[in-house]
Design a protein around this ligand. Structure first.
Ligand code: LMZ
Length: 166
């Protein structure tokens, strides 16, 4: 039996009062779109209205930390603050060290961002050695279809926002 993955969240959360942001990179777009779709679907299952899920984009995963910070600040300034934010990016190893440097630096930057924006920043960065790994984790590779990780990130955002929100 598979032991990995979020599994069922530990109670039925009511996300109806939440406002959640998704900010996604545009590299590897077919995988990104499936992950975003999965996150939105899961949050709607947990009661978050579609109008309360705000989607923003940046060129690539390297832009996620700065884009996320400014996205959260913009929404707060507009009087429509976010309760959690899900940065989503897909990094696929190429023939250079680019992948390693972006994966490591973006991961640390997103984790540390939480202390600056004071809302949960969910880790939605796929760091894959192959395209097949990325497709499987977005639930779109029929041969090895796994759980769409975007759904887990959506559930995580709702739980963290309700438990540890402002
Ligand atoms: O190189 N591969 C990738 C990538 N590179 C671009 C980088 O994130 C950034 O946008 C540019 O360097 C400009 O700052 N961005 C990704 O999201 N996934 C990749 O797999």
């Amino acid at each position: 039996m598979a032991v990995k993955g979020l599994g069922q969240i530990d109670q039925q959360y009511d996300g109806s009062k939440l406002r959640i942001g998704i900010i996604h990179a545009r590299w590897n777009r077919s995988v990104i779109d499936a992950l975003v779709k999965g996150a939105i679907a899961r949050m709607q299952e947990l009661g978050v209205p579609e109008s309360s899920i705000i989607v923003e984009t940046v060129p690539g995963s390297y832009e996620l930390p700065y884009g996320t910070k400014r996205f959260v600040e913009r929404e707060k300034k507009n009087g429509t603050p976010l309760d959690a934010v899900i940065p989503i990016g897909v990094l696929i190893k190429g023939s250079t060290m680019h992948f390693e440097y972006i994966s490591d630096s973006v991961t640390h930057a997103l984790m540390n961002l939480q202390d600056k924006v004071h809302i949960p920043v969910i880790f939605g960065l796929l760091t894959c050695m192959t395209e097949e790994q990325a497709l499987a984790r977005a639930g779109i590779d029929a041969a090895h279809s796994m759980h769409n990780h975007g759904e887990d990130w959506g559930a995580c955002a709702v739980e963290m926002a309700l438990k540890f929100g402002p």
